[in-house]
Design a protein around this ligand. Structure first.
Ligand SMILES: [Zn+2]
Length: 268
């Protein structure tokens, strides 16, 4: 529906599409089509939609294609690919199911404890609404910001095979031909390229780099994180572990909550 509600058309064959297709082949990303999102040049952004490959579209806005260089578009594309490859939509679905189970539990508990009468449906519905608002305002924002950072890291990593050490002057190590220190490694170069694409997007959209939102951390802190990972591989490994724990936790909590809900509500 989104593909039709937003004005879109298929990205024309050419150098850019071949480059993006090559990246998809490399990382094993399956999708229906790469689309250009017509915004009259108003939007510089990208999006991915669709849980399953047959209905998965990757959308790049016209503003993005007009104003950014190919490697920067590839970086943004890599971020969107990261959402797909890390199955973020599936985990958001787990989050939605879990939030309903938790809100239901929050309404049921006072009834079981005898604080609220079983026939007082209005109070129970109020509890459900408040619980859902709190869970989504804080929990979903927190999970989403972690997923955005994981997609950033994926985007940076996906640029690595294409970049040569001398391609980009590195924030940490200086330019690639700088002989005064260690040469920048591939990840440092890729992270810097990705960070620049992010800063460019903030600039083109008129977003202050420090601005935060519900679902995204500030661009400045995302850039800083990538540069920190380039300096400190231990921090990067800890971040990878943390995301694994969040995902295993979401899956386990959803499975337990569904089992509990089935036990409570069966055979309703
Ligand atoms: Zn994202």
């Amino acid at each position: 529906m989104l593909v039709y509600v937003w004005s879109t058309h298929t990205l024309a064959p050419g150098k850019l599409r071949a480059r993006l297709q090559e990246m998809c082949d490399r990382i094993g990303l399956r999708y229906r089509r790469i689309l250009v999102w017509n915004s009259g040049g108003q939007v510089t952004n990208a999006a991915v939609t669709g849980l399953l490959a047959p209905v998965r579209y990757i959308m790049l806005s016209d503003g993005l294609l007009e104003t950014m260089r190919e490697e920067e578009i590839e970086a943004v594309f890599g971020h969107e690919a990261g959402h797909v490859k890390h199955h973020h939509l599936v985990f958001f679905l787990f989050f939605a199911i879990l939030s309903m189970c938790l809100a239901g539990g929050a309404a049921l508990l006072p009834v079981r404890l005898g604080w609220v009468e079983a026939r007082d449906v209005q109070t129970q519905q109020t509890i459900i609404l408040i619980a859902l608002a709190v869970i989504w305002a804080f929990g979903f924002g927190w999970v989403s910001r972690h997923f955005e950072r994981q997609a950033d890291l994926y985007g940076a990593r996906s640029l690595m095979p294409r970049l040569n050490e001398s391609d980009v002057s590195c924030h940490v190590h200086g330019t690639g031909d700088d002989t005064r220190g260690d040469p920048p490694d591939r990840f440092a170069v890729a992270a810097e390229c990705f960070a620049r694409a992010l800063l460019q997007i903030a600039d083109l959209n008129g977003i202050p780099p420090e601005a935060r939102s519900w679902r995204h951390s500030s661009i400045a802190s995302r850039v800083e994180q990538l540069r920190r990972f380039a300096r400190d591989r231990g921090a990067m490994a800890r971040f990878d572990r943390r995301l694994l724990i969040i995902k295993v936790g979401l899956f386990a909590a959803t499975a337990i909550a569904c089992a509990a809900a089935a036990k409570i509500y069966w055979p309703w």
